[in-house]
Structures are given as structure tokens and as C-alpha cells.
Design a protein around this ligand. Structure first.
Ligand SMILES: [Zn+2]
Length: 182
């Protein structure tokens, strides 16, 4: 299952409630959030998670349960991605996957040429690439992400997935907690 690790999150202070049960959030910081997530996983028998978010926090999740966490590196804008850093992290044995890739928030489609260096790196390192799909957080399409791409998302994701990046690398499409994996 895909999950997010954060160093800070305004929802922890706001004690945002569960939209289904109304229960107030119990996590108030990174450690509490991590622990509450591990407890929920145990309860629901989830044994492995691909974690992205704040990279330093993701590494601390991995430290806490080394055999359970697949470490991902998140970004939205491929122009700001430090490819050398990813190579270094992979060489050090810390990086397991590229993602969650949130280019949709930048209005960049999966088949945009700006994604080529990212796909090339996934091939070079032979690691999976995890691509975010619509819908994202509430209001993403109409508030903070004005260039948010919607219509093309699923069509392009399938095209990207099934035309494939070579090797054992795979493309995982993340949408509202579900993943379609090639
Ligand atoms: Zn996510």
C-alpha cells in the first residue's frame, strides 16, 4: 500500500477528523503519525508500504521498520528534480522507487517530453516509478493546482504503463489509495 510520511502537517495541529467516523486525529507529530500508521497496518494486516512524502521522514519510517518500507522520492516538477541526488541515494542503498511523481499537479502529462529524463533514470537504476493520478487532496483541481490535469490522466497513465519503460522497472499508478501496477 502507498502511504505518506511527513515531517510536519497542519492537519496534526488542526486535529482534522476522520470524514467517515468523525474521530479526531490522534497523531500530533511525525513519530505519533508513524506509530499510529503502523498500528493501523497491523490491525488491517498490511505488511508492506511504499512510502513517499518528506524524504527525511520516509527514511525514518524505514529505520523504524526496515523490512516493511519501500522508500520513494516524491516530486511534482521534473525541472526541479535533482537526478544526481537520486543516483546517490540509490547507490547508498536508501532509495527503492521514484515517486510519488506528482507531475499532474504541474499540468504535465505522463507522456510529456519533460518526463523523459525521469523515465531514463528509472531505467538506469532499474527501479519502479510511481505516478500520482487524479483526484489528489480535496479541492486540488480547483484551488492550489491551477494547471492540474484531469482528463488525460487515466488515458495517459495506461499508455505510459503499457507501452512501458523497459527492464524490470514498473510503473505504478496511484489514485485515491488504489494502485494499478504493470
Ligand atoms: Zn500519495
Amino acid at each position: 500500500m502507498h502511504m505518506h510520511a511527513e515531517e510536519t502537517d497542519s492537519r496534526w495541529e488542526a486535529r482534522v477528523g476522520n470524514p467517515v467516523t468523525g474521530q479526531k486525529m490522534t497523531a500530533t507529530d511525525e513519530a505519533a503519525h508513524r506509530e499510529a500508521t503502523f498500528q493501523a497496518m497491523k490491525r488491517t494486516r498490511i505488511v508492506k508500504e511504499m512510502v513517499s512524502g518528506d524524504y527525511a521522514a520516509v527514511l525514518r519510517w524505514k529505520q523504524a521498520v526496515p523490512g516493511q518500507v519501500i522508500v520513494g522520492y516524491s516530486f511534482d516538477d521534473p525541472a526541479k528534480l535533482d537526478l544526481a541526488l537520486l543516483r546517490k541515494e540509490h547507490a547508498a542503498g536508501r532509495l527503492d522507487a521514484i515517486g510519488e511523481v506528482g507531475v499532474q499537479y504541474e499540468g504535465i502529462a505522463p507522456n510529456d517530453p519533460r518526463m523523459e529524463p525521469v523515465y531514463a533514470l528509472a531505467e538506469e537504476l532499474d527501479i519502479p516509478l510511481a505516478l500520482h493520478l487524479h483526484p489528489g487532496p480535496p479541492g486540488a483541481a480547483s484551488s492550489g493546482s491551477r494547471s492540474y490535469g484531469r482528463r488525460w490522466a487515466i488515458r495517459c497513465c495506461w499508455r505510459t504503463s503499457w507501452s512501458g519503460i523497459r527492464g524490470s522497472g514498473s510503473t505504478s499508478c496511484m489514485r485515491g489509495g488504489r494502485s494499478w501496477r504493470k
